[in-house]
Design a protein around this ligand. Structure first.
Ligand code: PBG
Length: 326
């Protein structure tokens, strides 16, 4: 009695009712985080060309944005800033009145219950667009950590719930954890962009955040897409340094890494469904090749099925609508 014809898996797929009953992975709006790009100026809401439905917004438009996100039941946002001025050290990133710092305050004033995650990196703030301070053409890892410490403290003091360092410097999580703890921010969490690959899928984001490197690439600090074992070592390093949440990024070409991390760690796992993944799907939808709702929910469900608890996605708003309206 082990096989066909006694065994028929179709029995479990016959009706919507039974399919609902045996569904293993249930995507919820509560799994989703929506990224927001804050820009300087007033009354700005500029659509990002390569990312339809996503905008650069000025601070005065943030309360409306937060209200919309909250109304869909999305529990949190990930904030990025596009400063007016960039310099050689990215000094504006740690300004107590910087865009991201102000955005944290405004988000919390609008809705004290919203979870605010702040991306911590220099690439959007530094003239050459690399993720760290340069020594010649190479990033100076340890000097960069000194600036990351300052950025983390400014974000924590503004009220960020979770600091998310994305620059892939060695020791970034430990440095930030220590700085937070020694300055009284013991309750501020750290989400490491632990396994962040040197990926082509970040293309649209670099337009959105004006953060492309002016020369070279990020291969000396981000992980080679061919290396899952090295990704596991990066995750281990973040775990050892006190990360509360580990992240894998991008998602779709790296579901194996998400799945291996799920099997090896008990930490919550975040997956970043990045800009290129989003824009390619949007292009496919616009070309009439795929259906929007089913393809987007299938993608997000697959990321959860692979093992992610938290999915950071530009699809969050549309998915939330479908998930709540059914
Ligand atoms: C900055 C950063 C990047 C992303 C998030 N933070 C880009 C990069 O490393 O080049 C990518 C997000 C996306 O593509 O949606 N370090």
């Amino acid at each position: 009695m082990a096989g066909y014809p006694e065994n028929r898996l179709h029995r479990l797929r016959k009706t919507a009712g039974i399919r609902d009953l045996v569904r293993e992975t249930k995507l919820s709006v509560k799994n989703l985080i929506f990224p927001i790009f804050i820009t300087y100026g007033e009354n700005i809401k500029t659509e990002i060309k390569s990312m339809p439905g996503n905008y650069q917004i000025s601070l005065d438009n943030l309360p409306g944005e937060i209200r919309e996100i909250t109304s869909w039941g999305i529990p949190g946002v990930l904030l990025f800033g596009l400063p007016r001025k960039k310099d050689e050290t990215g000094s504006y990133a740690s300004s107590s009145t910087g865009l991201v710092q102000e955005a944290v305050r405004i988000a919390k004033d609008t809705n004290p219950d919203i979870l605010v995650i702040t991306d911590l990196c220099l690439c959007g703030y530094i003239s050459h667009g690399h993720c760290g301070i340069l020594d010649g053409e190479n990033v100076d890892n340890d000097k960069t950590l000194d600036t990351y410490r300052e950025i983390a403290l400014s974000q924590a003091s503004a009220g960020s719930d979770i600091i998310a360092p994305s620059g892939m410097m060695d020791g970034q999580v430990g440095t930030i954890r220590k700085a937070l703890d020694t300055n009284g921010y013991t309750d501020t969490a750290v989400m490491g962009y632990s396994a962040k690959f040197a990926s082509s899928f970040y293309g649209p984001f670099r337009d959105a955040s004006d953060s492309s490197p002016s020369f070279g690439d990020r291969k000396s600090y981000q992980i080679d897409p061919a290396n899952w074992r090295m990704a596991m070592r990066e995750i281990q390093a973040d775990v050892d340094e006190g990360a509360d949440i580990i992240m894998i990024k991008p998602s779709l070409a790296y579901l194996d890494v998400i799945n291996r991390a799920r099997a090896s760690y008990n930490h919550p796992i975040a997956a970043y469904n990045v800009s290129g993944e989003f824009s390619m799907v949007k292009a496919g939808i616009a070309a009439g090749i795929v259906d929007a709702q089913t393809i987007i929910l299938e993608i997000l469900t697959s990321i959860k099925r692979a093992g992610a608890d938290i999915i950071i996605s530009y699809h969050a708003k549309e998915a939330a609508r479908w998930l709540t309206e059914g």
